[in-house]
Design a protein around this ligand. Structure first.
Ligand SMILES: Cc1ncc(COP(=O)(O)O)c(C=O)c1O
Length: 365
């Protein structure tokens, strides 16, 4: 049996007619930029998140850049995030000429350790960017208390957390969240795409202007701000509109498979959901001391797996100038050596799930 980590072809087969019609509609209308599909997707996705506004952008990375810019982050500011995330989170901070300040993660959830966050705050700290990694929420209540007390902006990296819930409420909890619609994400388009979700109308208008060359609502050849060319396009928005209708069902399917894995695999490495939190299992991550051997043995059996991520950000060549080195963030470093993402997607058949379980349990025994 051959099992990929993600199977986008299986998903397309299920919704082919809807996708083909959506794409054809855009091509026939010949309205590719700033059209009705982006508008309707923004309205529907904001509603899905339980927030007032959504601003479509060209990727999750640009969502972070535009949101940080809209929040006024600038040279010399410090912005706190975690060491165990995709580099785009820190890159966006660096692109503001601000300083990313990494903190370690909790062993169980892989998310920001709030006690360590407390210690990382300095007079230069301007914002916190928590990442809801793998679809499990960061502990936002104490984080928000700290942010309010210290008057810090909070911009949630929700790239992996479509539909994730914290204490019964969908992320973003703080009121500003950045999503990625990269094809393999829980909600993905057929290219690059992203969105900024927020409750503040003024912030949304600023973000919408920044992603479209600084044009404020109603402006065409007037550019009030120095912005970017980072729009979501109509074809991607039409695909997202078609896929959004299936999202709740797909999330429930992910959870069903994850719960079956956890029951059958003893669940080592997967956080237990705190009361009223909802994990959406963008990644189903197990932990093993001999991770590389486990990964190689699964590969031999036809099972593709992934490591998200093998190198924490402070050990990346791009951030070597910080001279943080090995030992700076032990939990992130240990996780990087032991974590393994197993195949999990809504179309994964029961027979395939059982095959993965059999092979993982066979190795662990
Ligand atoms: C945590 C996190 N942040 C940001 C991004 C960037 O999103 P994109 O690939 O859409 O630019 C990703 C995507 O992989 C991500 O996983």
């Amino acid at each position: 049996m051959q099992i990929p980590l993600v199977d986008l072809k299986a998903q397309y087969a299920e919704i082919k007619d809807e996708i083909d019609e959506a794409v054809r509609g855009v091509i026939e209308s010949a309205q590719f930029i700033n059209g009705p599909n982006v508008k309707s997707f923004e309205a529907s996705f904001a509603k899905f998140c339980g927030c007032k506004r959504a601003v479509g952008v060209s990727s999750g990375s640009s969502a972070l850049v535009v949101a940080l810019k809209a929040a006024g982050i600038k040279e010399g500011d410090e912005v706190i995030t975690t060491a165990n995330t995709f580099i785009a989170t820190a890159e966006a901070i660096s692109q503001m000429s601000a300083k990313p300040v990494f903190v370690d993660v909790e062993r169980e959830t892989y998310n920001m350790d709030i006690e360590k966050l407390r210690k990382a705050i300095t007079p230069k700290t301007k914002a916190i960017v928590p990442v809801h990694l793998y679809g499990y929420p960061t502990d936002m209540k104490p984080l928000m208390e700290i942010a309010e007390k210290k008057n810090l902006a909070v911009i949630e990296d929700c790239a992996q957390a479509h539909g994730t819930e914290y204490k019964g409420r969908r992320v973003p909890v703080s009121g500003i969240g950045c999503f990625s619609f990269f094809p393999a994400k829980i909600l993905g388009c057929y290219g690059d795409g992203g969105g900024i979700i927020c409750n503040d109308e003024e912030f949304a208008d600023r973000a919408a202007a920044l992603k479209d060359h600084g044009r404020m609502p109603g402006e065409k050849y007037i550019h009030s701000l120095i912005g970017y060319g980072e729009r979501l396009d109509e074809i991607q928005a039409a695909i997202l509109n078609a896929k959004l209708k299936h999202l709740d069902k797909w999330i429930e399917k992910r959870r069903e498979i994850a719960h079956f894995y956890t029951k059958s695999l003893n669940g080592a490495g997967v956080p237990k959901e705190a009361e009223k939190n909802k994990h959406t299992y963008y990644m189903y991550v197990v932990r093993h001391e001999k991770r590389d051997l486990l990964q190689a043995s699964l590969k031999k059996e036809g099972i593709s797996t992934g490591v998200h991520y093998p190198v924490p950000l402070h050990l990346q060549p791009a951030y070597s100038y910080m001279r943080l080195g090995e030992g700076a963030f032990p939990e992130a470093e240990n996780a990087a050596k032991e974590i393994l993402s197993l195949p999990l997607y809504p179309e994964l058949e029961r027979e395939q799930q059982e095959y993965v379980i059999e092979k993982v349990n066979g190795f662990v025994k």
